[in-house]
Structures are given as structure tokens and as C-alpha cells.
Design a protein around this ligand. Structure first.
Ligand code: SF4
Length: 729
């Protein structure tokens, strides 16, 4: 038998009969890559490619983006509305009119019986911005419940809260171009190569052109840590101790930018007093980073001409996530690294349009970063929508993580979930299951009928996906980009925009407020609402055509602004969105409130992403190659810890916490320390059966990454059977 190259067929890319390319923006992560969708002469999307002219991705896509066009006909898509009286009965197909009428009637019935706030709405970070704006109009202006939030509370709430506390407003001040200018980059709990591959590629390219230190703070040796100059394997939950100790060194050695601090900040004296207690000798015993290394990175950061910090869920998903964000902002204010090229505090967002919902959905306030707590803001929006401002509540209601406990206590009786899957994504999912069973009425709106949460729904709305719709996303660096409508909705599904508009017609205020027929008209309303002196979130100069021509524009981009380039950076003049324009230095003291490993549960459990999957695999679990490359829930375990317990590589084990258990396959690796295991968070009935999810007091974001577990043996055949069932998903 002959082996070798002569007998191999060369790899060839099949001839694609593309007759038209449609412009789009990737609908997975917040990098915001521009995609072109290739259609054949029958109007079918048959391929996709990165747009070479887009500044964000310059022709590149990661595996998810490359295969995203396979979504349109993937299995599990919802084909028609479904209804049932009780969740354990079979669904019955319904017309759109019947399903919408019934939903509106049930919402009113619940509100009449128990009060307006007894019906809650939880949305997502994955709709188009115009859809978020329209949902906000419907919920705030027509339904009138104050218990309205997005699943962004699970990923970005701490960043929002930290930015607001430090700078007086949400809005990441930096951009990807900062990689080209920085002299030192510190990444906290962010594994870019797997989470945001194209942002990582931008960083890598910048470092290839011009060397600068990359410092990675992460308890695990992530892929980014493997590429770092310095890896700080911090003890989980102690980032504020490390940052305080760094600031201690910076002030002790006179490396702070005192001129900037005195001109542009409040709270300097209080901060200096607090960090006096965080000398590196003491801090090293809490955060696990030795005193010399703390001093070294503090000097590197402070002495760099420009230094920047990025972070993701390692900071946000913590009991002190908001404090962690504020403390990173402190570090950058102290060193004068805000608003200058290469000097910034850049939160890397999670979902593709988590920024869009923060800006326009009215979840935690009113459109355009307006606050419910501000009477002038309430009046502006009420006037624009044509309703009485007394219809709005005077402060925000419950966050998503407080809505579920409120269902348990009977305060909330009905729930509408839009493109979110709490049965997999929320901590302690056994508790969530019982919670959903208590609801008198649950509506699930999703592109996928087989999404796990739909098991508990009374009404299911099949929604269109991604480029079956038209509208905008805002990415991590405040870049608004466009998705053109490439093809009609699948089967009888409808765009989320259409569903919101139709439901609005069934409420009294839906006949008072104007609901535009097209996404572009809704975008024009948002442009109008964004105008205003000193408003940073200003998109009034943007149009759909300009967005497509520029391949995305960063806000602020004001009416009358020439060219197609928005503002790359915020706060370049040192003026912040606080009443007197000065940033707030926030004192962050260490509070040790996590569940920690002990003799009964001796391992830290950490969770995160793999590159092939997005969130709860509702979509990527159906895409052949994404699922083929990562089909199995697995657990990284240190070989020394495994040897002590007699556990073999690729065997199955049961992981148990005080909440529940999960069966996973073991992957032995030195990427995790002896007292830690790591599990990807994407899989149903897996990591979130174990998590505790204590909440951050400011952002209400759960601490997904810090809890204690133990490892138990499991019947290998039974575990293999369970695993095969999961792969068949
Ligand atoms: Fe899509 Fe993010 Fe991949 Fe870009 S990096 S192709 S935005 S998933």
C-alpha cells in the first residue's frame, strides 16, 4: 500500500457560484468583524468572507465568523409560533396573530391582577440596535414594567457600573488602534485568542511591528498568558489587592502623574490613604504574586510612555467586578493613561451587540445613556415619544439576577425572554429550573425552537436570525456597523423588530407612540435622540450608507461632521461626564467573600470560553465544524492533582459543588494549578449546575469564576453514554 503526498488529493476550495456579496457585521462576539455574505443566483447564502477594507478585521475572520452563513438553515430553527396552556403539555402551532393576541392579553391580565411590575422582560446582547431601541419603547413606553433587563448583566454589567462610577458615563474610552501606540499592555482575566480572536490578531500584529511588554493577569495559563512576557497567576478574586499594591509602589516611588491627577480627578487623598495599607510584602500573601514581581510590573506600567489595560470576564464576573473595573480605571488615571493613544482602560465587550443594548435598549435607563433617575432625561424621552413622563418609573427596577429570585418569592408572575437561555447561562441552573416552573406565563422568543429554556414556555415566538434582518451593532471600540438584509426570514419566523412592533399595537400607548416600519427609520429616531451639547453618545452624523461605506464608524460622530471617521478615543481633553468634568478615584478595599476551597470541596472552579463556541451553543452547537472541533464538555485538571486522586487523562469524573454536580471528561494539563479546575461554560447541564454566582453589589453581576468543587469517580460507561447524547445535540 502506498502512503504519502503522491496519493493525496490536494486541498481545493470548492467553486462557489457567488453572484452577489451582501455587507454584514458578525453576530457573535463584540470584535465587530465586517463580513460579506456570498449569494448565488437563487438568492441563497452559500459562503462568507471577511471584508478586506474593514479597519476592524482587515479581511480576517475566526472560525465562528467563517462558518456563520451556515446558521440560516441549521437544525432546530423555529418555524412557526407555538402555544400551550401548561409547560409540560405539547406545544400547538398557532398563527402570529393568535400568539401575539394571547401574549398581550396574558401580560395585561397579570399586570391587572398583580401590578405592572409583576411581568418582567429579559433580553440579550445579540439583537440589532434598532431592535433594542424598539423593545425599549415597547417595554418602557407601552407595557410599563420596570423589571426589564438584559442578559448583559451576566457579562458586562460590572464594566458599565465601573465606568459610570469612575468617569460618570458608560462607554469604553479606547480602541483597537491603541495597540499600535502603547508601550505596555496589561490584560486582566482576558483570553483574547479564544474569546476575541481577531482583536488578538490586531494585538499580535502590533507587537510584531513594535515590541512592547504584554503582562497577563490570570489564575490559569491561558493562550494569551502563553504569549505574554509576564504572566501573573493570581489567586482568584484578589485582583484589587494586586492593583492596590501596584499603586502603592507607584506612589511610594513618585511615579504617578500628579499633574494629571490634580487637574482631572477627585479623591486623590483618600486613595493614597487606602493604598498605604497595600504594601507588596503584605499583598503578596493575599494575591499570590511575589513582592518583587508586583514592584516590577508597577514600574513597567508607570514608566511606559503610554500604558493600557484590557479586561474581560475575569474582572467582570466577580463579587467585586464593578470595584475591579473602577480600580483598573484608578491605575490608568494615576498614571495619566486615559484618552491618549496607547493609554487607556478598555473593557473588551462580550456579545456582538452588548454595547448596542447598553446604549439604546432602555434596560437600565432610557435611550442614549439617559437615566430614569434624572427628571430631565425622563421628560426628553417622554416628549419625543409623545407620552406622559409619569408613565416612566423614577429609578431602575430589578436586574436579571434579581428577577429570578423575585419569581421564586412570587413578586414576578410572568416573564418574556428574548434571545437568552438562562437554563444554561445562569448560575445554579437547578434553581433556575424550579424558578421557571413557577411562572404563570413564560414567553420565549428565539431563533431556535430547541433552546433549552423553551421547555418551560407557554408561548414560543420564532425569530429571524442575523442577516435575515437589517440594522446595526456597536462593537467594543464604540464602532457602529451595519448588517444588510441578505435573505428573507426562515419559514414563518419574523424579525425581532417586527415582533416588537406588532406587540406594541396591542397596548394602549402603542397607538400613541410612533413605531417606525423599518429599521432605518428607527435608526433615524436614535440619531435625533442622540443629539445634544456634550453628549458623548452622539450618532447624529451617521447614516446606513455612510456606515457601509466606512465599514463602521466610532461614536461620537456628530451631525455635520465631515469625512467618515468618528472619534477613536473618549476623554482626550481630560473632561469626564461627571458634574464638574473630573474623574472619580474610587477607593477599593479587599473583601474576601468568595466561596473558597476547603477540605470538602478542595478545588477552585474556573470557567471560560473555547474558540469554536459562542455562549450556550444555541447556534454554534448546530454548525458542523464548530461542534466537531469542540463537541464535549471537558475539565482541565493539573496532572499532579489527578495523580493524587488516581484520575486518568480522558477519563470521566463527576464534579460536585454545594449546588449540584456535572459529569465531564478530564484533560490533564499544566495550564491550571493544582488547586483549580477549568471548564468551558458553553455546555448545557454542566458548569452552571455547580456555580454559586454570588452577586456584585453595584452591578448585580454573578461571580461565575469563583466557587469550590470536589472531584468524584463515576461509572465510565454511563458517563460515555451521557456524553454521546450531548454530542447528538
Ligand atoms: Fe465574529 Fe468575533 Fe470571530 Fe470576528 S472575532 S469573526 S466578530 S466571532
Amino acid at each position: 500500500m502506498l502512503f504519502g503526498r503522491k496519493k493525496r488529493k490536494p486541498i481545493s476550495i470548492p467553486q462557489k457560484q457567488v453572484t452577489e456579496w451582501k455587507y454584514s457585521t458578525c453576530n457573535y462576539c463584540s470584535t465587530g468583524c465586517s463580513i460579506e455574505l456570498g449569494l448565488n443566483d437563487k438568492g441563497k447564502v452559500i459562503t462568507s468572507r471577511g471584508h478586506a477594507g474593514a479597519d476592524v478585521n482587515r479581511g480576517k475572520l475566526c472560525i465562528k465568523g467563517l462558518l456563520e452563513h451556515e446558521l440560516f438553515n441549521s437544525s432546530g430553527r423555529g418555524t412557526q409560533p407555538l402555544m400551550r396552556e401548561r409547560f409540560h403539555e405539547a406545544f400547538v402551532p398557532a398563527s402570529w396573530d393568535k400568539a401575539l393576541d394571547h401574549t398581550a392579553d396574558k401580560i395585561k391580565e397579570i399586570q391587572n391582577q398583580y401590578g405592572r411590575d409583576s411581568f418582567a422582560v429579559v433580553s440579550t446582547g445579540q439583537l440589532l440596535t434598532e431592535e433594542f431601541y424598539t423593545l425599549g419603547k415597547l417595554v418602557r413606553g407601552c407595557i410599563g414594567t420596570n423589571n426589564y433587563d438584559g442578559n448583559t448583566t451576566l457579562c458586562m454589567a460590572s464594566a458599565v457600573s465601573g465606568y459610570k462610577r469612575s468617569f460618570g458615563s458608560d462607554g469604553p474610552p479606547g480602541c483597537y488602534d491603541d495597540f499600535e501606540h502603547t508601550d505596555c499592555l496589561m490584560a486582566f482575566g482576558s483570553n483574547l485568542p479564544e474569546q476575541h480572536p481577531i482583536i488578538y490578531w490586531r494585538l499580535k500584529e502590533a507587537r510584531e511591528k513594535r515590541s512592547f511588554p504584554l503582562i497577563v493577569v490570570d489564575p490559569r495559563v491561558t493562550m494569551l498568558a502563553q504569549f505574554a512576557d509576564i504572566h501573573l497567576p493570581i489567586t482568584p478574586g484578589t485582583d484589587c489587592v494586586l492593583i492596590n499594591a501596584m499603586m502603592h509602589v507607584i506612589f511610594k516611588e513618585g511615579l504617578e502623574d500628579r499633574t494629571y491627577l490634580e487637574a482631572h480627578t477627585h479623591g486623590l487623598a483618600e486613595l493614597e490613604e487606602l493604598i498605604n495599607d497595600y504594601d507588596p510584602i503584605t499583598a503578596q500573601h493575599i494575591c499570590g504574586i511575589d513582592e518583587d514581581t508586583i514592584r516590577h510590573v508597577a514600574r513597567l506600567y508607570a514608566n511606559a510612555g503610554a500604558a493600557m489595560s484590557i479586561w474581560t470576564m475575569g474582572i467582570n464576573q466577580s463579587t467585586h467586578g464593578s470595584d475591579g473595573v473602577s480600580n483598573i480605571n484608578n491605575l490608568n488615571l494615576v498614571t495619566g493613561n486615559i484618552g491618549k493613544p496607547g493609554g487607556t482602560s478598555l473593557s473588551i465587550t462580550g456579545q456582538c451587540n452588548a454595547m448596542g443594548t447598553r446604549e439604546w435598549s432602555s434596560c437600565s435607563g432610557l435611550p442614549g445613556y439617559r437615566l430614569l433617575e434624572n427628571p430631565q432625561h425622563r421628560q426628553e424621552v417622554a416628549d419625543y415619544w409623545g407620552i406622559d413622563q409619569a408613565f416612566f418609573p423614577e429609578k431602575r427596577g430589578l436586574a436579571e439576577t434579581d428577577i429570578f429570585p423575585a419569581i421564586e418569592t412570587g413578586q414576578i408572575k410572568g416573564l418574556w425572554l428574548v434571545a437568552t437561555n438562562p437554563m444554561t447561562s445562569m448560575p445554579n441552573t437547578s434553581r433556575i429550573r424550579k424558578t421557571l416552573e413557577k411562572l404563570e406565563f413564560l414567553v420565549v422568543q428565539d431563533s431556535y425552537q430547541d433552546v433549552e429554556t423553551n421547555q418551560y414556555a407557554h408561548v414560543y415566538f420564532p425569530a429571524s436570525v442575523w442577516a435575515e434582518k437589517e440594522g446595526c451593532h456597536t462593537n467594543t471600540e464604540r464602532r457602529v456597523n451595519l448588517t444588510r438584509n441578505a435573505l428573507p426570514p426562515y419559514a414563518e419566523s419574523k424579525s425581532d423588530f417586527w415582533i416588537f412592533n406588532q406587540l406594541a399595537k396591542r397596548f394602549e400607548n402603542g397607538h400613541v407612540i410612533s413605531f417606525p416600519e423599518t429599521a432605518e427609520e428607527a435608526f433615524n429616531e436614535m440619531r435625533e435622540l442622540s443629539k445634544g451639547d456634550g453628549r458623548i453618545l452622539d450618532i447624529s452624523g451617521m447614516t446606513y450608507d455612510k456606515l457601509e461605506e466606512a465599514k463602521g464608524i466610532q461614536w461620537p460622530f456628530r451631525e455635520g461632521q465631515m469625512g467618515l471617521k468618528g472619534h477613536s478615543r473618549l476623554y482626550t481633553d481630560g473632561q469626564f461626564q461627571t458634574p464638574d468634568g473630573k474623574a472619580n478615584l474610587i477607593c477599593v478595599d479587599f473583601v474576601d467573600n468568595n466561596e473558597r476551597p476547603d477540605e470538602h470541596y478542595p478545588f477552585w472552579m474556573n470557567s471560560g470560553r473555547v474558540v469554536e463556541h459562542f455562549h450556550t451553543r444555541t447556534r454554534t452547537g448546530k454548525i458542523g465544524n464548530c461542534n466537531k472541533f469542540s463537541p464535549t464538555p471537558y475539565m482541565e485538571m493539573n496532572p499532579d492533582a489527578a495523580e493524587a486522586l488516581g484520575i486518568e487523562h480522558q477519563s470521566y469524573i463527576r464534579l460536585a459543588s454545594r449546588r449540584g454536580d456535572a459529569v465531564v471528561m478530564v484533560q490533564l494539563t499544566q495550564r491550571v494549578p493544582r488547586d483549580m479546575v477549568f471548564i468551558p461554560f458553553h455546555f448545557h447541564d454542566c458548569v452552571n449546575r455547580l456555580t454559586l454566582g454570588l452577586l456584585d453589589p453595584y452591578s448585580r453581576q454573578p461571580a461565575f469564576k469563583q466557587c469550590a468543587v470536589r472531584v468524584e469517580p463515576v461509572d465510565q460507561l454511563e458517563a460515555a453514554r451521557l456524553n454521546a447524547e450531548r454530542r447528538a445535540f
